[in-house]
Design a binder for this molecule. Structure first.
Ligand SMILES: NC(=O)c1ccc[n+]([C@@H]2O[C@H](COP(=O)([O-])OP(=O)(O)OC[C@H]3O[C@@H](n4cnc5c(N)ncnc54)[C@H](O)[C@@H]3O)[C@@H](O)[C@H]2O)c1
Length: 314
């Protein structure tokens, strides 16, 4: 039985990952902001919620003092790709220095493994490549991407000087249930949300930007496969390995939803590089994992879930 401490487990990726790992028999402690624990886990005997703020060292010490953990999964980030300098600077304790405290607490807890959620969509940045492998140059163009690079380097450094190991994962663009319909990231979910509200889909630029989209179930299964294999001190891209333009995604969305509420094109953003696709050869070769959810089917599943949810709310 693996005892996991998940930092930021109440969010989109965390709640889906917890579901997968509880199902696989793991024991989960979720540390997240007070009042955020997903209600459907509350009665599960292998789930526990410890409320707290990552930037408060006493909260972090409290959760690490509760029991020994086999592995920490670090999902907390208060930044998104569009965050600017002010957010980066004001939130440096959450996104950077808390990482130092996490490692310190792992040492006193005896916990030797950390899985860190970096970003495959932003860490490669403007390196001149369209399909990126793990060893390609890292040239982030955003403060968000830079914060991921800084944390990756800190964890690699910590693994050299302390008896801990890191597993860095770089997801592409996950989509699926649990993602914020009204958020500022997640094209597929936000676009379906616009259709649900009978509003036009907003597109930055001409819609030719190509990205790699991955269903959240595939992402959760990939993390499960890596943790189960006990792979340490490695970096993995996790994506579909396929590229789709924003215009292609919008066409699929209109087809799945069976209606078209229009598209509103907005000025292109300088940080949106033309193409970003992840090579997934490494994780596939090391674990046998590969994505299973077809893009159109994944979008259809999400649309169905959103409509059911809307009916329940009304
Ligand atoms: N969603 C994506 O498209 C995507 C893609 C690649 C990488 N990632 C990375 O994966 C991780 C999880 O992403 P997500 O989409 O689930 O994000 P999310 O915002 O849905 O979840 C983050 C969680 O962290 C918690 N949190 C934030 N600040 C906190 C604090 N100070 N103390 C304690 N908890 C705090 C939030 O309450 C939330 O539950 C992030 O690090 C993100 O950068 C996300």
């Amino acid at each position: 039985m693996i005892r996991l401490l998940i930092l930021g487990g109440s969010g989109f990726i965390g709640s889906n990952l917890i579901e997968t790992l509880l199902h696989a028999g793991y024991t989960i402690t979720n540390f997240d902001r007070p009042g955020t624990s997903p209600a459907h886990f509350s009665s599960h005997p292998a789930y526990r919620f410890v409320p707290g703020y990552l930037s408060d060292n006493s909260h972090l010490r409290n959760v690490f003092n509760q029991e020994p953990y086999d592995c920490v999964v670090h999902l907390v980030s208060s930044l998104i790709p569009s965050s600017g300098y002010d957010e980066f600077f004001n939130d440096r304790e959450v996104n950077l220095t808390a990482g130092y405290e996490i490692v310190k607490n792992m040492m006193s807890n005896g916990c030797q493994r950390i899985v860190y959620f970096s970003s495959g969509g932003t860490i490669y940045g403007k390196n001149g490549k369209e399909v990126n492998s793990e060893n390609d140059q890292l040239c982030p163009l955003t403060y968000y991407g830079y914060s991921k690079l800084a944390m990756e380097e800190f964890l690699k450094f910590s693994s050299r000087i302390h008896p801990i190991s890191h597993l860095i994962v770089r997801p592409s663009n996950p989509y699926g249930s649990g993602q914020n319909l009204f958020g500022k990231q997640g094209l597929i979910t936000v676009a379906l949300g616009k259709i649900l509200q009978n509003q036009p889909i907003e597109i930055w630029g001409d819609g030719q930007v190509v990205r790699d989209y991955l269903h959240i179930r595939d992402l959760s299964n990939a993390i499960h496969a890596l943790v189960e294999k006990g792979i340490d001190n490695e970096v993995y891209n996790i994506g579909s390995g396929q590229g789709h333009s924003v215009n292609e995604i919008v066409t699929i969305i209109h087809k799945v939803a069976g209606c078209n509420t229009g598209v509103e094109y907005k000025p292109a953003r300088p940080v949106d590089i033309p193409v970003n696709i992840l090579s997934i050869d490494k994780i596939t070769n090391h674990t046998g994992w590969k994505p299973e959810v077809n893009l159109e089917e994944g979008i259809a599943m999400l649309w169905k879930a959103m409509q059911l949810n809307e009916k329940r709310i009304k």
